[in-house]
Design a protein around this ligand. Structure first.
Ligand SMILES: [Zn+2]
Length: 578
């Protein structure tokens, strides 16, 4: 027994002595960045120096810290105050950067940092940021399309560089994310974003004089309006990019001109008419957004990307996009989204993003009616159902995994697009169907982002305005992830009362674990009639519907409630025997 114990102790000692096994990249939370960056467009060069503050959130004292930047950048110095620190650098394969790798510095701290303690590190690194889609091409994407997804670069004629998740131009410490392994990249980034959410980043970015002299340089963050300056010999912009967690900060430079309408549009001179189309679309979209959310609190902005095939990207209320869309109604929808962000902010992604997507659907409804709006949201219905099915699969057969799924994928916790953008848009739509436009608008007008510190804050605002209890709805859709409902028309009994009137008794069953208020529509010769019914999870609800004519068909759910399947929602009524 004693021999065995000693052997075990020896094994433990060996494990602890191995630096590779001991390297935990989650020990510190980066709470503050003070960075001065410089770009030299002609050489595509980037250099940065400054101070970062790391807080030990590991639960135990730490003697080492890990700092990562893009693999195209090189660490020059890491100090604590005036004291240079020892560090070793190594390449680290990870898809959080477009190059698919990071320059990782493992730093020996001057003394142990206790749990909860902080340390300031003075840092310097430099290199180039060039077009690089390695992380995509190595998993099989053709280079020709991959560069339009990973379009970031400091370019001779235009610069556009996004932050971590695209280009690690500021230091982080994140476990390897792998694009070829399911949600791995997404999970590590989500974890980092959640951790960094309270952080603060102040950046001064300068562009040196040279042949690459351009019109403008912009720093783009979540809550602040973009600053810009005309570059003369050399120029700098400064911005507090705060919070850094949920938004990916970016910088953009180029020979931009500007149009100011309900949104500011920065464009290249060649594309003035396209820029005008965006400005007009913003003017067209602004009244509806103001109706729902009040006037903008910061400018919405569109910045042209030079690559005409680039995938659009959003930072706060700023949309980075090529300006080649010509369909006015599509551009208006895009502008509704940015104006919504400019007018309303929330620390909760499902509220900020869900509301912006919801308002797009409301705008679509005004353009072309309710079913067009539901079709617009329906573009994401399959993605939501697939995301729910995938999370249900990982939770199968294990109570812990089940509870974990429930908590991690609830709208208040999730960072996945299918939840915080798509499912949440439906949640806002369903809330509107329950409480009505007026109560919803009033609650939104009452909403204060800094007071939203408890999950139930919004629920209580809505309950106050609508004078209705929303606990069951929020439990099913917001505080937990219980999957999706699955409605079926279980039975239909039409009965003629006084000709030509009928009363039809309809039983709606919900096979899913989530309750919802769902519209039930009965079509009859000469018209149709709709009732909203609440059907709890794994339950049935019976309704009686009067029609002035023989009922022909019953449909549950017009598409306003996301469901795991829509295949069992129709019931064709055999004409009653005379
Ligand atoms: Zn958005």
């Amino acid at each position: 027994m004693r021999v065995w114990l000693r052997a075990l102790a020896f094994a433990v000692a060996i494990l602890c002595a191995s630096p590779v096994l001991a390297l935990d990249r989650n020990t510190f939370t980066f709470t503050k960045y003070e960075l001065v960056g410089e770009i030299e467009p002609a050489q595509q060069r980037f250099s940065a120096r400054g101070t970062i503050t790391l807080r030990n959130t590991s639960g135990s004292p730490q003697k080492n810290a890990v700092l990562q930047v893009s693999s195209s950048l090189t660490w020059r110095s890491i100090r604590a105050g005036d004291q240079p620190l020892q560090f070793v650098t190594q390449p680290f394969t990870s898809d959080i950067d477009h190059t698919g790798a990071l320059s990782e510095a493992i730093v020996t701290l001057p003394k142990e940092v206790p749990n909860g303690g902080e340390i300031d590190l003075t840092i310097g690194y430099e290199g180039v940021i060039v077009l690089d889609a390695t992380r995509l091409t190595r998993i099989g994407f053709p280079e020709s399309s991959a560069v339009h997804t990973d379009w970031d670069q400091i370019g001779k004629s235009a610069t556009a560089v996004r932050g971590v998740g695209y280009v690690a131009w500021y230091p982080v410490s994140i476990e390897a994310g792998n694009l070829s392994e399911g949600s791995s990249l997404f999970d590590v980034l989500g974890h980092w974003k959640a951790k960094a959410a309270g952080g603060r980043m102040h950046v001064k970015l300068c562009e040196s004089a040279g042949e690459g002299r351009r019109g403008k340089l912009m720093l783009i963050g979540a809550s602040s309006a973009t600053e810009q300056k005309v570059v003369d010999d050399s120029a700098c912009v400064e911005e507090t990019l705060d919070p850094v967690g949920l938004t990916v900060p970016a910088f953009v430079g180029g020979d931009y001109e500007s149009l100011t309408a309900a949104a500011v549009v920065d464009y290249f001179a060649l594309h003035k008419s396209e820029a005008q189309a965006f400005a007009q679309a913003a003017d067209k979209a602004a009244p509806l957004v103001a109706e729902w959310l009040g006037p903008p609190r910061k400018p919405a902005r569109v910045i042209e990307l030079q690559d005409a095939a680039a995938s659009p990207f959003e930072v706060g209320a700023t949309l980075l996009t090529p300006l080649n869309d010509t369909d006015a109604s599509l551009i208006q929808l895009a502008m509704v989204h940015e104006l919504a962000h400019a007018s309303f902010s929330s620390p909760r992604p499902w509220i900020a993003e869900g509301l912006a997507h919801f308002l797009q659907a409301v705008y679509r409804e005004r353009q072309a009616g309710r079913s067009a709006a539901l079709d617009f949201m329906g573009l994401h219905r399959t993605a939501i159902a697939e995301a729910e099915a995938a999370t249900a699969k990982t939770a199968e057969g294990s109570p812990q995994a089940h509870d974990g799924r429930d908590a991690a994928n609830s709208l208040i916790s999730s960072t996945a697009d299918e939840f915080i953008r798509s499912k949440s848009a439906y949640v806002w739509w369903m809330l509107r169907d329950i409480v009505g436009d007026d109560a919803l608008r009033k609650a939104l007008a009452e909403y204060r982002p800094n007071e939203d510190t408890q999950p139930a804050y919004l629920q209580h605002l809505l309950e106050k305005e609508a004078k209705t209890n929303l606990q069951a709805f929020f439990d099913d859709w917001v505080y937990h992830d219980r999957g999706l409902p699955d409605f079926r028309v279980a039975s239909v009994y039409p009965r003629m009362t006084v000709a030509p009137n009928y009363i039809t008794t309809i039983t709606i069953e919900n096979l899913g674990a989530v309750g919802a208020d769902v519209p039930v529509t009965v079509s009859f010769a000469g018209g149709e009639t709709t009732q909203h019914v609440r059907v709890a999870s794994h339950d049935k609800t019976v309704i009686r519907v009067e029609t002035q004519g023989a009922p022909e068909q019953v449909v549950v759910n017009d598409g306003s409630v996301p469901e795991s399947t829509l295949e069992n929602n129709f019931y064709k009524i055999e004409q009653p025997s005379k």
